[in-house]
Design a protein around this ligand. Structure first.
Ligand SMILES: [Zn+2]
Ligand SMILES: [Zn+2]
Length: 343
C-alpha cells in the first residue's frame, strides 16, 4: 500500500513508498483505514535526520492517526467494522513490567511506537490494538480527531504531571502544537495569568495562543523575563510548562519560576546543557518530565473535545496527503500551528 516512508537515517530520506498492507489482524488487533494523520515534530526530526530516538527502516511515518475500522481480529469485543476511532501511539507494550502493571504503559521499556519502530499512520491502513482505541464522539471531525494525540500530550503534562491550582500564574514556553494545546488546557484551570513565550519566528503561533486563552505573549525571552519577574504572588510564575523542542529552555524556565514553584518539561531535544542547576536547588523548584499519555487522558480529551472545551482544530491546517511535503515544510517554518493530512 501507499505510504510516506522513511528509508534510512539522514536528511530528506522520506518519500512515497510501498509497505505491506496489513491483513488478517491477530488476537486483539484491528485494522484501520486511515482518514487523517497529524505531522508531529518527531516526524519533522526524521525528515531532517535529526531524530534522537530509535528507528527501524523502512517505516511508514505517523502516530497521530484517526480512521475507521475495516477488520477486527479474534477476541476483540466492543468494536465493529465502520467505527470511527483514534488509536494511541504504541503498537506494543510488554504488559508485564512494573510500569505496565501500574497503568503507566507509556513508559514501558519495551514500547514499540508507531511511525518509528512499526509502520504508522501515514499510510492507507494501519494495524493496531483494540486496547488502545478510543471512539471519536459525534460532531468531532477527522481533523480534530487527528489532533487528539498532541492534545493528550499537553493534557497529560498538565493534569497528571503538574499540580495546578485555580489562580496560579502559568507560563508556557514554546508555542508549537503541544505548547498551544497546553495553553488551552491551562485555561481550564482559571489561571490568574497565562503567558506564552516564543521567538520572532512564532508570530502566527503566538496569535493562536491568544485565541486559546493566553493573556500575554512574548516574542523573546528577555521581554518575558522583565514582564514576568513579578508574576503571580509578585515573585514569579507558579507553574512553567516547557514545551519547546530543545533542552536549553530549561534555563529560562528556572529564571521564570517562583521559589517553591513547578516546572514541567514536555518538549525535548538531544543537545547538552551549558548552565548551572543551582537555581533549581536555591528556589527548591519541583522539576518534572512528562512523556506521552495513557488511556484515561485520551478519554478525557475526547470528552472535552465533544463539549468544545478543547478545540484543537483552531490551530490545525488541513492538507491532502498528496501534498505531504508542503505540510512538512509549513510545520517546519512555524507558519502554521499544526499540519494535519487528510487521506
Ligand atoms: Zn506526536
Ligand atoms: Zn511494560
Amino acid at each position: 500500500m501507499k505510504a510516506i516512508v522513511a528509508t534510512s537515517h539522514g536528511a530528506h530520506q522520506v518519500g512515497w513508498g510501498d509497505v505491506p498492507t496489513p491483513s488478517d489482524p491477530g488476537p486483539g488487533q484491528v485494522i484501520l483505514k486511515v482518514q487523517a494523520v497529524g505531522v508531529c515534530g518527531s516526524d519533522l526530526h526524521v525528515y531532517h535526520g535529526t531524530e534522537s530516538f530509535p528507528m527501524r527502516y523502512p517505516v511508514a511515518l505517523g502516530h497521530e492517526m484517526t480512521g475507521s475500522i475495516v477488520a477486527v481480529g479474534p477476541g476483540v469485543k466492543g468494536w465493529s467494522i465502520g467505527d470511527r476511532v483514534v488509536s494511541e501511539t504504541a503498537y506494543q507494550v510488554c504488559g508485564t513490567c512494573l510500569l505496565c502493571r501500574q497503568g503507566q504503559y507509556n513508559l514501558c521499556p519495551d514500547r514499540l511506537g508507531f511511525g518509528a519502530l512499526v509502520d504508522g499512520g501515514m499510510a492507507e491502513y494501519v494495524l493496531t490494538r483494540a486496547a488502545i482505541l478510543h471512539r471519536v464522539p459525534e460532531g468531532v471531525d477527522e481533523v480534530s480527531a487527528a489532533m487528539t494525540e498532541p492534545t493528550s500530550v499537553a493534557f497529560h503534562g498538565l493534569t497528571v504531571n503538574t499540580e495546578i491550582t485555580p489562580g496560579d500564574s502559568v507560563v508556557v514556553i514554546g508555542p508549537g502544537p503541544v505548547g498551544l494545546m497546553a495553553v488551552q488546557v491551562a485555561s481550564l484551570y482559571s489561571p490568574r495569568q497565562l503567558a506564552v513565550i516564543g521567538t520572532a519566528m512564532d508570530v502566527p503561533r503566538l496569535a493562536l495562543a491568544r485565541k486559546l486563552g493566553a493573556d500575554a505573549v512574548y516574542e523573546d525571552s528577555d521581554s518575558a523575563l522583565t514582564a514576568l519577574k513579578t508574576a503571580g504572588f509578585g515573585i514569579g510564575a507558579d507553574v512553567v510548562i516547557d514545551a519547546a523542542g530543545v533542552s536549553s529552555t530549561l534555563q529560562l524556565a528556572l529564571e521564570l519560576v517562583r521559589p517553591g514553584g513547578q516546572i514541567t518539561k514536555i518538549g525535548w531535544g538531544p543537545q547538552a546543557l551549558q548552565f548551572s542547576l543551582d537555581p533549581l536547588v536555591a528556589k527548591a523548584v519541583r522539576l518534572r518530565g512528562s512523556f506521552s499519555h495513557h488511556w484515561e487522558t485520551w478519554e478525557r480529551v475526547l470528552a472535552l473535545m465533544a463539549l468544545a472545551k478543547l478545540t484543537p482544530a483552531v490551530i490545525a491546517e488541513a492538507y491532502p496527503w498528496q501534498s505531504w511535503q508542503t505540510a512538512f515544510e509549513d510545520m517546519g517554518s512555524h507558519r502554521i500551528g499544526k499540519a494535519v493530512m487528510v487521506l
